[in-house]
Design a protein around this ligand. Structure first.
Ligand code: ZN
Length: 82
């Protein structure tokens, strides 16, 4: 028998959602992988803004590239909704 465990851990980290990429017409070459972030030109997202931001956590990339490691996709949660 040959039971192949299929990538159980896949999708745990550093996976920029393909939906996001296709939504903005982005290709892998458009991404700047740095510190776990997937930076892309903000302009490519249709915003008139300089710089790059992370597709996953949404942080703006610092010009010096000294961003803290990516925390991964932002989870929107309502905390104590009033
Ligand atoms: Zn990030």
């Amino acid at each position: 028998m040959n039971s192949t465990p299929i990538a159980a851990e896949e999708g745990r980290k550093e996976v920029t959602s393909p939906q996001k990429m296709s939504r903005y017409n982005l290709a892998e070459v458009d991404l700047l992988r740095e510190n776990g972030h997937s930076f892309v030109d903000v302009a490519k997202l249709g915003l008139k803004h300089d710089g790059k931001c992370c597709l996953d956590c949404g942080i703006m990339r610092r010009v010096d590239g000294q961003n803290k490691p990516c925390k991964g996709p932002v989870k929107l949660e309502l905390r104590g909704a009033s």
